[in-house]
Design a protein around this ligand. Structure first.
Ligand SMILES: Nc1nc2c(c(=O)[nH]1)N[C@H]1C(S)=C(S)[C@@H](COP(=O)(O)O)O[C@H]1N2
Ligand SMILES: [Mo]
Length: 211
């Protein structure tokens, strides 16, 4: 009987301690694990952009959707964020040999371009960035894989080094397809278009081998 009381007492103690107020984090909101997988902290990534991270003026920032469209668009940062957000855990692989598992949050690129009324002959999206960098991806790949334009990584607003305000999450493609500091989505019918690294000999396909 005594033992029974002790057990009940112990259980009550567990419940009460479980209800005790948990301390609130005032520091970072960075997510470090997702569904059992360890995430890579952006702070640990090498920064290897062609000219170093550009400083972005968000007062004047616009994301343009143009090229072969009937209704060219020019969106502010806030307008982009009004689209439905999605999250995905996707690994970024750089040709330099490192990779990073990051939980991305962003909007579907297909949602952004449809309102511009894409002309039927389009097969390619060319990405232009604030540092002069360019790269491209097939339009069908973007539509079929729900490719995101991310504004958050691991729960936090993209840091400048990772492309603030926006990075293309080109899943299953090598890092040089992940345009950062994106300022323009140009719809094109040139499937042979070659961006900065592609002109210098890297594969335009850029598929990652394994995984
Ligand atoms: N605008 C822009 N985007 C860019 C680059 C760049 O130089 N400029 N580098 C690419 C490369 S090679 C990689 S691996 C990824 C991630 O680069 P990071 O290692 O500097 O984070 O960004 C890609 N996007
Ligand atoms: Mo890279």
């Amino acid at each position: 009987m005594k033992r029974r009381i002790a057990v009940v007492f112990f259980l009550l103690l567990l419940i009460v301690s479980g209800c005790a107020q948990q301390p609130q984090s005032l520091g970072t909101n960075e997510i470090t694990d997702y569904q059992g997988q360890r995430l890579t902290s952006a702070a640990t990534l090498p920064e290897n952009s062609i000219k170093g991270p550009p400083s972005m003026n968000m007062e004047t920032y616009r994301l343009k959707v143009d090229g072969l469209v009937n209704s060219p668009q020019s969106y502010s940062y806030q307008e982009i964020l009004q689209n439905t957000p999605y999250t995905k855990l996707i690994v970024l692989h750089c040709v330099e040999g490192w990779d990073a598992a990051i939980l991305w949050e962003g909007v579907k690129i297909s949602d952004l371009i449809e309102s511009a009324q894409v002309q039927p002959q389009c097969n390619t999206v060319i990405f232009h960035s604030a540092d002069g960098y360019t790269t491209s991806l097939p339009l069908a790949y973007i539509r079929e894989n729900d490719i995101l334009l991310a504004f958050k990584e691991n729960g936090e607003v993209l840091p400048n080094t990772l492309g603030y305000p926006f990075i293309v999450v080109a899943e299953n493609k090598l890092g040089y397809k992940w345009a950062r500091w994106v300022t323009e989505l140009e719809l094109s019918d040139n499937s042979e278009y070659k961006g900065f690294w592609e002109q210098r000999g890297y594969s335009n396909q850029a598929d990652i081998k394994s995984n």
